[in-house]
Design a protein around this ligand. Structure first.
Ligand code: WT7
Length: 659
C-alpha cells in the first residue's frame, strides 16, 4: 500500500458511547491488556481462566512447554465444557433465559431456554452413555444446522466424548475418510435437511459412506428426524434420535476431564492431499472462546447474537456451540440460506429477532450486495436494523468496497465492524479490532487480540520492517491453539512449527503486511497450496487427487484465480488419457468432471473452470510450474522467460478457456 493510498483511506473511530460501555474501553484499555500479557504472559491467561471458567479442580500449572511444540495449558485443572455452558447459567438464575432462537428454513421459530437445553443435552448424553459411548471415544456428527446439532456437540462434551463434525455438504467419500481417520464409534446424522425450500437427503449419503469400507469402528448410528423422508434403518445399528432420548433422565452427571482432554477434532485442508484432524483441548479452547465473545463482540446480557456460520466449520463451533452459550447469551441458529425466500432473509431475521451482534462472511455480504443492486426490495435499507450494535466479518479478507457497504447499509454507519482473522487451528480470534477501542481501517484486521503475539517474518524467521510483506507467525503458544493433528504428530510439527523457524514460531500459512504508521495487519492470502473459496478452505491437492481418480484423467493441476464474488475460484488444468477434447465433447467432459469432484469431495470443491491440454507446463525435472498456471488462470499474458520449460508451447493450449 502506498502512502498516498493510506491517506485516502478513511479511518473509523469508535463512538463515544461504544468506548464508554465496551468491555475493552478505549485504546488505553486495549494497550493495558497487551501490557499485562507482556509483563506476565502466563499470569494474564491464568487470571482470565480463573475469572471466566468454573473449574471442578482448579489448575496450579499454566503453560507447560516441556514437550514443545506440544504445549499444554492448565494441565492439572479439571472441568466440563457443557457444565460451563449450561449448568452454570441455570445455577446463576438464567434457566428461563432463551439460549437458542432456532429459525427453520420455512421461517418457523423455536425457542429453547437454558433449562430446556440442559435437559435436552442431558437426555441425549444419557442415551450415548447407555450405548456404551465413553470418555475419549470419537463421535462423528453429520447434521444440518439444527438444535439437535448443538445438543449432540454439547452431549459429547458432557460425557467426555471427542466430537468430529463433518459439514453436511461433504460427500460420502469425505465422510468415510473422516470416520476412518478418527476411528469413530458412533455417527449422528439426520434423515435429511431443508435448504432453500428443498428437502435434501442426508442419511442415504451416510449409508453410502458406511458401505464404502473403513468405517467398521462405528457401532451406532443415531438419526434425527427432520424431513420425514422414507429412511432405511439398519437393525442393530441405526436408531432414531427421538427414540433414544425418550425415557432418559433430564439430569446427567458431567464427566470431569483434564483441561488437555480433546474436546473435538475438526478436519481441515492442508497443502497435501489428506485433510488433517485438528485436535483441540478443553480448557484452553473454552477460555479463548469466552474471551473472544467478551472482548471482540463485547457481549452483554441483553445481546442477541447471530453467527451465520454452519456448525460444520470452526466458526460454528466457537461462535454457535461454545462461546455464546458459555457466556449465557441468546443466539440465533438458522437452518436455511441467505437467499431464500429472497435475499432479504438475513435483514428480515435481524429485524424480527432484534439481533444486536451479527457475524458473517465477506462472500455472503458480496452476494447480498449484488442481490440488493438488482432488487431494491431486498436492500437492507428496507428493514429496521436499528437493534444492531456490532458487525463482524470472518473467513477471508474483506475488500474495502464490501466493508463500506456493510458499514453503511447494514450498520447504518453506527456499528463498528470487527474483521476477525483466525483459523481452524487457532480456535478463536487472533487479529481483530476491539469494537470500543480500535480505530478501523477497511480491509485491515488491525491488531492482535490481547495476549496474542503476532509478527511478520521472512523465510529465515526474522521480523521484517512494517510496510514490507512477509509470512504471518505467532511468537508464543496460546491457550486455544491446535494441540496436534490426530494420529500424525510429525505432520503437526512440520506444518506449524517448521525447522526453518527452528521450531519456535507458529506458521499460520498466510502472508501479511503491517502498515508503516499504525502497525495494523492486512492479510494478503495463503502462502501454501490452500484456496479460500467463499470462505471455505480447500486444498489444491485434494481436488487434484479427486480429478485423477476419474477414469478419463491422466494428470491434473489445480490453482486459484481471484473472483469478485467467491474471493477465489477453482481452476483445473487437466490432461486426459485420450486425445485432447474440443467443442461439445469438451463441454460434456467438463460437466462430468465437475460433478465427479462434487461427488468425491462435495459441491464446494467443484472447479469453476476446467482447461484441457496435451500436457502441463513442466520444468525439465518434471515439476509442474504452478506459478505459470496461476497466470494462465487469470488470463494474464506470460511475459517471463519460459525457456526452462520442457514444453513451452503447451502454454498457448492451456491459455484458452473453452467458453
Ligand atoms: C483461513 C482459515 C476461522 C475462520 C473461518 C475460516 C482466512 C480467515 C480471515 C480474515 C483474511 C482470513 C485465512 C486463514 N481468513 N479469516 N478476517 N481476513 N483472511 O477458518 O477454514 O481454518 O480458514 O481463512 O487465509 O488462514 P479456516
Amino acid at each position: 500500500m502506498s502512502n498516498e493510498q493510506q491517506t485516502q483511506t478513511r479511518i473509523y473511530k469508535p463512538s463515544e458511547e461504544m468506548v464508554k460501555n465496551a468491555a475493552v474501553s478505549g485504546m488505553e484499555a486495549y494497550l493495558a491488556l497487551c501490557k499485562e500479557a507482556e509483563d506476565d504472559y502466563e499470569g494474564f491467561w491464568a487470571r482470565n481462566a480463573r475469572e471466566l471458567i468454573e473449574w471442578k479442580k482448579p489448575f496450579t500449572q499454566v503453560l507447560d512447554e516441556s514437550n514443545a511444540p506440544f504445549f499444554k495449558w492448565f494441565a492439572d485443572g479439571q472441568l466440563n465444557v457443557s457444565y460451563n455452558c449450561l449448568d452454570r447459567n441455570v445455577n446463576n438464575g438464567l434457566g428461563d433465559k432463551v439460549a437458542i432462537i432456532f429459525e427453520a428454513d420455512n421461517g418457523e421459530v423455536t425457542r429453547v431456554t437454558y433449562k430446556d437445553l440442559l435437559a435436552r443435552v442431558s437426555r441425549f448424553a444419557n442415551a450415548l452413555r447407555g450405548m456404551g459411548v465413553k470418555k475419549g471415544d470419537r463421535v462423528v456428527i453429520y447434521l444440518p444446522m439444527s438444535i439437535e446439532g448443538v445438543v449432540a456437540m454439547q452431549a459429547c462434551a458432557r460425557i467426555g466424548a471427542t466430537h468430529s463434525i463433518v459439514f453436511g455438504g461433504f460427500s460420502a467419500q469425505a465422510l468415510r475418510d473422516r470416520i476412518n481417520d478418527a476411528g469413530a464409534v458412533a455417527l449422528i446424522t439426520s434423515d435429511g435437511q431443508h435448504r432453500g425450500g428443498k428437502a435434501l437427503p442426508l442419511k442415504p449419503i451416510a449409508d453410502e459412506a458406511l458401505s464404502l469400507g473403513g468405517c467398521e469402528s462405528i457401532r451406532n448410528v443415531i438419526v434425527v428426524k427432520r424431513t420425514g423422508a422414507q429412511t432405511a434403518m439398519e437393525a442393530g445399528r441405526d436408531q432414531w434420535f427421538h427414540d433414544v432420548c425418550a425415557n432418559q433422565s433430564d439430569t446427567c452427571e458431567p464427566e470431569w476431564v483434564d483441561a488437555e482432554h480433546p474436546l473435538f477434532l475438526l478436519y481441515t485442508s492442508g497443502s497435501t492431499g489428506k485433510p488433517k484432524g485438528v485436535q483441540h483441548s478443553t480448557g484452553g479452547y473454552l477460555l479463548h472462546a469466552i474471551m473472544s465473545m467478551k472482548y471482540t463482540f463485547d457481549i452483554k446480557p441483553d445481546d442477541v447474537f447471530w453467527c451465520t456460520a454452519d456448525i460444520g466449520w470452526v466458526t460454528g463451533h466457537t461462535f454457535i456451540t461454545y462461546g455464546p452459550l458459555a457466556c449465557g447469551t441468546t443466539e440465533i441458529v438458522f437452518e436455511g440460506v441467505p437467499t431464500y425466500p429472497d435475499a432479504g432473509r438475513f435483514w428480515k431475521m435481524i429485524q424480527d429477532h432484534k439481533v444486536t451482534v451479527f457475524y458473517t462472511a465477506p462472500t455472503a455480504i458480496r452476494s447480498l450486495i449484488k442481490a440488493a443492486d438488482n432488487n431494491p426490495d431486498v436492500h437492507p435499507k428496507k428493514y429496521d436494523l436499528s437493534s444492531l450494535r456490532i458487525l463482524g466479518s470472518v473467513g477471508e479478507p474483506i475488500n474495502p468496497a464490501a466493508w463500506e457497504w456493510y458499514h453503511e447499509n447494514v450498520g447504518g454507519g453506527r456499528c463498528p465492524i470487527v474483521d476477525t482473522f483466525w483459523q481452524t487451528e487457532t480456535g478463536a480470534h487472533m487479529i481483530t479490532p476491539m469494537p470500543g477501542a480500535t480505530p478501523l481501517v477497511p480491509g485491515s484486521c488491525t491488531l492482535p487480540f490481547p495476549g496474542i503475539q503476532c509478527a511478520v517474518v521472512d523465510e529465515t524467521g526474522t521480523e521484517v520492517p512494517n510496510g514490507q510483506g512477509g509470512i504471518l507467525v505467532v511468537k508464543r503458544p496460546w491457550p486455544s491453539m491446535i494441540r496436534t493433528i490426530w494420529g500424525d504428530p510429525e505432520r503437526f510439527k512440520k506444518s506449524y512449527y517448521p525447522d526453518d523457524f527452528k521450531g519456535k514460531l507458529y506458521l499460520a500459512g498466510d502472508g501479511a503486511i503491517r502498515d508503516k504508521d499504525t502497525g495494523y495487519f492486512t492479510i494478503t492470502g495463503r502462502i501454501d497450496d490452500v484456496l479460500n473459496v467463499s470462505g471455505h478452505r480447500m486444498g489444491t491437492m485434494e481436488i487434484e487427487s479427486a480429478l485423477v481418480a476419474h477414469e478419463k484423467v491422466a494428470e491434473a493441476a489445480v490453482v486459484g484465480r481471484p473472483d469478485d464474488l467467491t474471493g477465489e475460484a477453482i481452476v483445473a488444468f487437466v490432461v486426459l488419457k485420450g486425445a485432447r477434447p474440443s467443442g461439445e465433447e469438451a463441454k460434456a467432459i467438463i460437466k462430468e468432471l465437475q460433478n465427479w469432484v462434487g461427488h468425491e469431495i462435495g459441491p464446494i470443491a467443484k472447479p469453476k473452470d476446467i482447461r484441457f491440454g496435451e500436457n502441463l507446463p513442466k520444468t525439465r525435472s518434471g515439476k509442474i510450474m504452478r506459478r505459470l498456471l496461476r497466470q494462465l488462470a487469470k488470463g494474464e499474458e506470460i511475459t517471463q522467460d519460459t525457456s526452462t520449460l520442457e514444453n513451452p508451447a503447451i502454454l498457448d493450449q492451456l491459455g484458452q478457456p473453452l467458453s
